[in-house]
Design a protein around this ligand. Structure first.
Ligand SMILES: *Cc1c(COP(=O)(O)O)cnc(C)c1O
Length: 508
């Protein structure tokens, strides 16, 4: 094992408790001097019964205890600002500070969706410019910026397809979805009222065209295809697939969450896709994770435009912009107000900072993934051999022989200072290791990652126990993930009130 590549650092040795446990009665963040004027009675306007005197069980701590508590907690987690975050499919790229700077500009940060539209022209211009950029990048005709996530974009897209088919008299019954699609796709199709038909990929991870030809009948509404697929592989037959669908009156939905592998190089609209969503919080570098805000704009061809969700951003005479609330054929509203505006501002800042260089970001992302692939091929099993796009999917087949699985390897990576890759997804690769470095990483950082992965493969061969019992350098060891899902403890209670089920799993 090469010691140079070890990145694991000793953590600050503290096991931070819950803030409730630090509480002691009467502690305050600050205290004012005693009153030297008469105490005002509870305001008459408010009424005494509206005033809360206290909150039961509310922690009472000093200011420095609050600050230290949350600062310490913040050091427990991994972040892209600390190091590489190769979580495949999630695209954890660096969020440039210029995005944050722009989003915090006073005129932007203090806008309110209820203010008159004459006073919001600047914000509406931001939306308009972002629409134009995304239409240029996708090669589509129309767009809605409203959906708040990729999955909500999928639902919006399928509702557009449904409305379009309904208008022709029959919404149809089935949606076809390849086994290399993202897991949200089948869920979306079902919520939109369709039956899902799963299609097996061929041995190269590509759509089997002959099989597709047989499956597309007059009761198929659409095919939902993730491109690049969750194998990180480019679907090579998109134009042919679109033709087969269009011949039977069905539409092609492209899951474009992985557009960071295509942006600036090819355009789904030119390849025959009728509708697609983008994940701005992946491809265009806005912060995500932990349920934070996102944005999943849906771009579409002309035939779907009239069904777009309201309100619609329109250009009036003299270049004035307005959000129009009523359109007769619209599928309705999908989001309060008009969008997650703050996310859209950040995405536009990222795009404009790159300009035509968006292509460079794509090329660097693909280069990084292939660099890692070349160095780890043979060390880890590579189940699909077509060129990788923005991510590479290995399997744990070689390490399994010594009883080491993808989760063990992922946990061991934490000891080397990296966030784990995505484990056990996509489902068509048993024991998958899904690695996405993004364009953010330098060659030096990729080399450190490769070194760590090689060292772990070596450990798996010689001392598998080390890997199977990892992580070793974290403040808490391996968590009971099944227990956390089956018996979640969502609310703190004083020890005396806890049931035994809660005490056993509450803090480990
Ligand atoms: C992340 C992702 C989604 C879902 O996006 P959310 O914003 O998490 O809802 C859908 N499809 C693909 C391919 C993805 O990678």
């Amino acid at each position: 094992m090469n010691d140079n590549i070890k990145k694991a650092k000793r953590h600050v040795n503290q096991n931070e408790g819950l803030i409730f446990e630090k509480s002691s009665p009467g502690k305050r963040a600050f205290e004012l001097p005693p009153l030297d004027v008469p105490k005002a009675e509870p305001s008459n306007a408010l009424g005494a019964h509206h005033r809360r005197e206290g909150v039961e069980g509310f922690p009472e701590v000093s200011e420095i205890e609050v600050i230290r508590h949350f600062t310490r907690l913040s050091t427990w987690n991994h972040a892209i600002d600390l190091g590489m975050y190769p979580l495949g499919s999630c695209t954890m790229k660096y969020n440039p500070r210029v995005n944050e700077f722009v989003a915090r500009l006073e005129g932007i940060a203090t806008e309110h969706p209820y203010q008159p539209q004459e006073l919001s022209q600047g914000c509406l211009k931001i939306l308009r410019l972002l629409e134009k950029c995304l239409l240029e990048i996708t090669g589509m005709d129309a767009i809605t910026l409203q959906p708040a996530a990729g999955a909500q974009g999928e639902l919006t897209g399928l509702l557009l397809i449904r409305a379009y088919l309904q208008k022709q008299g029959n919404p149809r019954k089935r949606v076809l979805i390849p086994d290399s699609a993202h897991g949200t796709n089948p869920a979306t199709a079902v919520i939109a009222g369709y039956e899902v038909e799963n299609i097996k990929s061929n041995e190269h991870g590509q759509m089997d065209i002959e099989n597709l030809q047989k499956l597309v009948t007059e009761d198929v509404a659409a095919l939902m295809i993730t491109n690049p697929s969750t194998l990180g592989i480019y679907e090579q037959n998109l134009p042919e697939i679109a033709q087969i669908l269009h011949a039977k009156g069905a539409l092609l939905y492209m899951d474009g969450a992985n557009m960071n592998a295509l942006a600036g190089i090819t355009r789904p609209g030119d390849l025959g896709a009728d509708v697609m969503h983008l994940n701005l919080h992946k491809t265009f570098s806005t912060p995500h994770g932990g349920g934070g805000p996102g944005a999943g704009p849906v771009a579409m061809k002309k035939v779907l435009e009239r069904f777009r969700p309201v309100p619609i951003l329109v250009e009036k005479e003299g270049g004035r912009l307005a959000l129009e609330p009523v359109r007769p054929d619209s599928i309705g509203r999908v989001k309060a107000f008009s969008s997650n505006f703050g996310v859209l501002v950040r995405a536009l800042a990222y795009i404009l900072a790159y300009g035509p260089g968006v292509r460079q970001a794509t090329e660097d992302a693909v280069l990084n993934a292939n660099y890692i692939r070349r160095h780890l091929e043979g060390v880890y099993d590579l189940p699909y051999s077509l060129p990788s796009m923005h991510e590479v999917v290995f399997s744990d087949a070689l390490q399994k022989k010594n009883g080491v699985n993808t989760m063990d390897i992922a946990k061991r990576l934490i000891d080397y200072g990296f966030h784990p890759y995505t484990t056990a997804f996509p489902l068509i690769v048993p024991g998958a290791l899904m690695i996405e470095p993004t364009e953010s990483e330098s060659r030096e950082e990729c080399d450190l990652f490769i070194g760590a992965m090689k060292a772990i493969a070596d450990e798996a061969a010689r001392q598998p126990e080390i890997v199977k019992t990892a992580p070793h350098t974290t403040r808490v060891r391996r968590l009971d993930e099944v227990g956390a899902a089956r018996k979640p403890v969502l609310r703190w209670k004083p020890a005396a009130q806890r049931s035994t089920a809660q005490t056993s799993g509450a803090r480990d």
